[in-house]
Design a protein. Structure first.
Length: 129
């Protein structure tokens, strides 16, 4: 009796995994072996970049603010350094205007939630996350 109930349960599990994680049909990068720093070091050494090599994606860009997010469903939200008063732009994208801050990659379509979190309080710092 229990064996007859398993196939629908397995199908339901697949449905919920696809529903909550989204359809990830894009080509995925090779995953590093757990705890193998040599794997990452070899890829950094093999990269040919004369400008800035993004640490999360190993993309070669002109500045750290131009680094792409590691996953296609993410967007880069610019933020200003909360410890300075440079009036940086907190809008969508990683372009100019982030001041002394940087970017944070989030899953979504806009950066409003990041802006709200930045305004939570004077003690909130992204580096504390």
């Amino acid at each position: 009796m229990l064996a007859s109930a398993l196939p629908p349960l397995v199908n339901a599990q697949g449905f919920f995994q696809n529903f909550f994680s989204g359809q990830h049909h894009a080509a995925e990068q090779e995953a590093p072996p757990l705890g193998d720093a040599k794997w990452f070091h070899e890829r950094v050494e093999a990269a040919h970049c004369t400008q800035y090599l993004c640490p999360r994606t190993l993309s070669c860009v002109s500045s750290p603010k131009e680094c792409p997010c590691p996953f296609p469903q993410q967007i880069a939200c610019a933020y200003a350094d909360l410890e300075s008063d440079d009036g940086g732009d907190h809008g969508k994208g990683s372009g100019p205007g982030a001041g002394a801050g940087g970017t944070i990659c989030v899953t979504g379509t806009e950066c409003g939630q990041v802006q709200k979190l930045l305004r939570v309080g004077s003690g909130f710092k992204l580096k504390d996350l």
